[in-house]
Every structure is written in structure tokens, then in C-alpha cells.
Design a protein around this ligand. Structure first.
Ligand SMILES: *Cc1c(COP(=O)(O)O)cnc(C)c1O
Length: 391
């Protein structure tokens, strides 16, 4: 079986986790500080706040920006559902903007037209790790004095026009689920240069406690931040354990090697698939060759294929023990978005057309050339079958 994705765990990670278990300190400790520092440094940000998932991070950002009922937040329909669900968590209305068919990111021209006096934030996403347009989207947001938030859960370690992914907006949020560039099992990280936003997020992830509150089993109380049982605001338990953070520190130490391995796998796929006439390969601009952070490898069938044919190809790959998936179905067409907001097919034609024809292929650091060859050969058989059936 060649899975769709697989985490890259070495002895370094295993040692980091067992050392943590032996240390006796399992939450709020030195590993969290180290992990936060590593991500802050990598993204060139003043603050990094570890949280228990990317989704929690997005939720806290919405709360910290004061987004609520009556507000609109603009985002892309072509993303993982958390990009939009965080808007619903705070009772605001998601406003979707169609994508550019090359980068698969929000189209800057269309963003401009979607802004209204109610727009309280704009959430941009680097689809599959591609950062194209992030600078323009951030500029448009800034011109309208609206906070730009990067849901950069798919782009850790990438750089675009000299700026690290995660540094384009008021804040960025990373996720560390096992299929991401680095993993902590579950986990996320908010990055920002805004002191107030960082303090609010640190407090809200920790039950609304003062920033400097010290756990009850630690000696002394810190006067600056109040005690462990003083809750200054409504908070949550969105903390990330020391075990997860230890994993994160070890993974961050290997990030460059892992990104390089992913670039190698992507290049190998592209070389082999270049001559498949029915496929549209990921478009990665020349300027990104060195700096792209590959999250997944997604090819697209050309527009002679329907989503039924696409789904049959995915099923065929799986029957041959090759992981494949339809990344991503459009968010606005998910059942509860349709029901709640009345979206229907045709609302965002480019995102819909793309999402009907994508196939995510197996993609992880240790995928070797023989496995890649096997995936490509099997895909070729599936495509040839579809062509014969069309006759
Ligand atoms: C993975 C991902 C998230 C959420 O991450 P979790 O850590 O699983 O909550 C959010 N947005 C996008 C675009 C993602 O790909």
C-alpha cells in the first residue's frame, strides 16, 4: 500500500517524546517555549502561540479581532473547511471569493469587489502550499484597513518574494496534523507581530487566565498576571501539551531537509507526468522553485472529464492500493453551508470546476522513485480506461 500521506518520524522525535515523558512536565513548560521560538524565528514573527490545532488557532484569531454576529469575513471556497468554520464559530457570515485557476488561491480582482462596510477580516489560504497572490491580497486588505489573516496551515517553511509564509498579514495560523509538512500529532501555532493580539490569544488558549499565571503545583504566584484561578476573560482550553511540543521542536530541527525531500518528490512526479495530455500539473512559478513548501501533490484532469470520471479514477487507484483523494470539495457546497446560507452550484464556477477534477496523489518525504513510478503507471492505466470508455 502506498498511502496518501505519512508522517516522517525518526529517532530524534521518539527520543524527544520519551525525554519529555521522563521529565514529569507534561503541560506548560520549556518545550512549548522552544517550539514557539522555533516557529517565530522561522516565520520572522515576534510572537508564536502554540495551540491544540490549526482550527483552534483560527478560532482564537477571530475572537481576538472581535469578529462577531453581523460581521462578514471573506475567504476562499477552495480550502479545507476549517478556513470557513472559524467564521461560523463566532457567529459571523462567510463571504466567499472565487479563485484564480492557476494558483488556486483567492483571486485578488474578485476580492476587491467582495469588500463591504461589514467586512471585518479577510482570510487568505496558500492552497496546497502555493503562496501566489499573498502579497496582493494583503495589500488590498491594508488599503481598506481590514485585518488580513493567513490560514497558512498548508505552507510552513515557504517563502514568497522574500517574505516567509505566515508573515503577510496581521496574523498567521499553522496546523500540525499528521499530513502537514511537520506534525505534532495534533497541534497548531498562531504567529503575529501584534503584542496585544498575542497576549489575548495566550490568555484565551489558557482558560482566560492572565498571561503570566503559573500552575498551582508550581512554587510562587506571579503578581503581574494573577493567579491560576483568576480568569480575566472567557477562555478555552486550547493548550498544546509538552509531548506535542517536543515532537514539534524535533520536527522543526529537520524542516529544511523535509522540505527539500518534498521538493524532490514533487519534481519527480512532474518529470514523469509532464507528457500525460489529460493532466494539468500544479503550476508553480519559476520564482518559487527554491522556496515552495509542498503540502500535497494535486493534479487536475482537463475539462473533458466529469467529476464522476474523476471519482472513478480515484476509486481505481485505491483498488490498486494507492492512496488518492478529491482535495478539496468546495466549502460553500458542503451540506450545512448550502442549508444555512442557500449556496447552490454555479456560485463560484472556477473553484467548482477545479474541485470536480482534482486528484491528490500519494505525497510524503520518504516516497521513493519506484513508488512514484508505480503511482504514475497506475494513473496512466486509469486514464487510458476512461478514454476507451468515452468512445
Ligand atoms: C489542515 C488545515 C487546517 C486545520 O488544521 P487542524 O490542525 O487539523 O485543525 C486549517 N486550514 C487549512 C487550509 C488546512 O489545510
Amino acid at each position: 500500500m502506498i498511502p496518501l500521506s505519512q508522517p516522517d518520524i525518526t529517532d530524534a522525535e521518539i527520543r524527544a517524546v520519551t525525554d519529555t515523558l521522563r521529565s514529569g512536565r507534561l503541560s506548560i513548560g520549556p518545550r512549548q517555549v522552544q517550539f514557539e521560538e522555533a516557529v517565530a524565528e522561522r516565520t520572522g514573527r515576534r510572537h508564536a502561540v502554540a495551540v491544540s490545532s490549526g482550527t483552534c488557532g483560527l478560532h482564537l484569531i477571530m475572537l481576538a479581532l472581535g469578529v462577531g454576529p453581523g460581521d462578514e469575513v471573506i475567504t476562499t471556497p477552495f480550502s479545507f473547511i476549517a478556513s470557513a468554520n472559524c467564521i461560523l464559530y463566532v457567529g459571523a457570515k462567510p463571504v466567499f471569493v472565487d479563485i484564480d485557476p492557476r494558483s488556486l488561491n483567492m483571486d485578488p480582482e474578485k476580492l476587491e469587489k467582495a469588500i463591504t462596510p461589514r467586512t471585518k477580516a479577510i482570510i487568505g489560504v496558500e492552497a496546497f502550499g502555493n503562496p501566489v497572490h499573498m502579497d496582493r491580497l494583503a495589500q488590498i486588505a491594508q488599503a481598506h484597513e481590514i485585518p488580513y489573516i493567513e490560514d497558512c496551515c498548508e505552507g510552513l517553511g515557504g517563502v514568497y518574494r522574500g517574505h516567509p509564509i505566515g508573515s503577510f498579514g496581521r496574523a498567521g495560523v499553522f496546523g500540525f496534523y499528521p499530513n502537514k509538512q511537520i506534525t505534532t500529532g495534533e497541534g497548531g501555532m498562531i504567529v503575529t507581530d501584534d503584542d496585544r493580539l498575542a497576549d489575548l490569544c495566550r490568555s484565551m488558549r489558557n482558560q482566560g487566565r492572565g498571561e503570566m499565571a503559573v500552575p498551582a503545583n508550581t512554587s510562587g504566584l506571579d503578581n503581574r498576571g494573577g493567579s491560576w484561578l483568576a480568569h480575566e476573560r472567557l477562555g478555552y482550553n486550547y493548550r498544546l501539551s509538552e509531548i506535542n511540543c517536543a515532537l514539534g521542536v524535533a520536527q522543526m530541527g529537520r524542516l529544511d531537509a523535509m522540505l527539500e525531500a518534498r521538493r524532490r518528490v514533487a519534481a519527480s512526479y512532474i518529470r514523469r507526468l509532464m507528457d500525460f495530455r489529460d493532466l494539468i500539473l500544479p503550476t508553480v512559478e519559476e520564482e518559487l522553485a527554491e522556496a515552495m513548501s509542498w503540502f500535497v501533490f494535486v493534479v487536475r484532469l482537463n475539462d473533458t472529464y466529469t467529476h464522476v470520471e474523476r471519482d472513478r479514477i480515484i476509486t481505481g487507484l485505491r483498488r490498486h492500493d494507492i492512496g488518492a483523494a478529491n482535495y478539496f470539495p468546495c466549502i460553500h457546497l458542503q451540506p450545512f453551508y448550502r442549508e444555512r446560507f442557500g449556496f447552490a452550484p454555479g456560485a463560484f464556477p472556477i473553484a467548482e470546476s477545479v474541485s470536480h477534477r482534482t486528484i491528490a496523489l500519494p505525497f510524503y518525504n520518504t516516497l521513493d522513485d519506484t513508488q512514484i513510478e508505480l503511482v504514475c503507471l497506475t494513473l496512466k492505466v486509469m486514464l487510458d480506461r476512461e478514454q476507451l470508455m468515452k468512445r
